[in-house]
Design a protein around this ligand. Structure first.
Ligand SMILES: Nc1ncnc2c1ncn2[C@@H]1O[C@H](COP(=O)(O)OP(=O)(O)OP(=O)(O)O)[C@@H](O)[C@H]1O
Ligand SMILES: [Mg+2]
Length: 222
C-alpha cells in the first residue's frame, strides 16, 4: 500500500505485532510520502492504534521493519518531526489550552512569541481560539480533543499520526477539524495518517485503508 512512492516519510514492510500469543498485525506494508494523507479504518480492536504507534516509533514491531527515510536518523530529532494525537486525552492538566499547544514548540527551542503565534493560528484553524485560556478540566471532551489537534498542527511536524482525533465531536465540527488538520499538514509538505470510524471523514482523504484480519486492505471494507 503506497500513499506516495516519492519521498517516503515512513515505510513499513512485513510488519507484525503480537501481544503475548495474540497476533494483532501481520505482513503489513505501508508507505506514507510527503504531502500524502490517508485514513485508516477498521472495527474496534482491529489494530488501528497499534499501527499508528508503530509508525510513530513508539511501539517496536514483533516482526518486519519500519523506517523513516524522509526523517532524521537521530531518534531524538525524529521524535520532534513526528506529531501524534493520541486516542486517550493527553493534555497537561495544569496548563491552559494555549500553553499546552505551545509547550512542544518551546521544548524544540522556538521563541516565546513565535510559539505563541503558531499556537494561536492552529487553535484558530481548529475553532478552539475561544478557549485558549481555559484549563483542560474546564473543557468538554471534544474541546480537549480540538486542543490536542491544534497542538499537533502547530508543531510543524513532517509526519502526523492522529488516532480518532474527532471521535468526541459532532459531525460538522469533525469535518471542519479534519479538513484543517489535513490541509495544515499537507500545506507544509507533511504526511498525515488518521484513524477513524467515520466513513464520511475517511472519504476526504486521498487514500483509504482498512485493518482487516491483521492486514491493511484498500477501501472501506469493514
Ligand atoms: N498493550 C497491550 N497489551 C495487550 N493487548 C493489547 C495492548 N494494546 C492493544 N491490545 C489489543 O490489541 C488489539 C488491537 O488494539 P488497538 O488499540 O490497536 O485497536 P483499535 O483498532 O485502535 O481499536 P479502537 O477502534 O477501539 O480504538 C485489541 O484486541 C487490544 O485489546
Ligand atoms: Mg484505537
Amino acid at each position: 500500500m503506497n500513499a506516495s512512492v516519492t519521498e517516503p516519510l515512513v515505510e513499513a514492510s512485513g510488519l507484525g505485532v503480537r501481544y503475548g500469543s495474540t497476533e494483532i498485525l501481520h505482513g503489513v506494508d505501508l508507505t506514507v510520502g510527503r504531502g500524502a494523507h490517508l485514513a485508516v479504518m477498521g472495527r474496534s480492536g482491529s489494530g488501528k492504534s497499534t499501527l499508528l504507534l508503530v509508525l510513530a516509533g513508539l511501539l517496536t514491531p514483533s516482526s518486519g521493519r519500519v523506517s523513516w527515510p524522509g526523517l532524521s536518523s537521530d531518534v531524538r530529532v525524529r521524535r520532534g518531526e513526528i506529531g501524534m494525537v493520541f486516542q486517550a486525552p493527553s493534555l497537561m492538566p495544569e496548563l491552559t489550552a494555549l500553553q499546552n499547544t505551545t509547550l512542544p514548540l518551546r521544548l524544540r527551542g522556538l521563541g516565546v512569541e513565535e510559539s505563541r503565534a503558531a499556537s494561536l493560528q492552529a487553535l484558530e484553524a481548529i475553532g478552539a481560539a475561544d478557549f485558549a485560556a481555559a484549563l483542560p478540566a474546564q473543557l468538554s471532551g471534544g474541546q480537549q480533543q480540538r486542543v490536542a489537534i491544534a497542538r499537533a498542527l502547530a508543531g510543524g511536524h513532517r509526519l502526523v499520526l492522529a488516532d480518532e482525533p474527532t471521535g468526541a465531536l459532532d459531525r460538522a465540527r469533525a469535518h471542519q477539524v479534519a479538513v484543517a488538520l489535513r490541509d495544515g499538514v499537507t500545506a507544509m509538505g507533511g504526511g498525515l495518517v488518521l484513524a477513524t470510524h467515520d466513513p464520511a471523514l475517511a472519504e476526504m482523504f486521498d487514500e483509504r485503508l482498512t485493518v482487516l484480519d491483521g492486514d491493511l486492505t484498500p477501501g472501506l471494507s469493514a
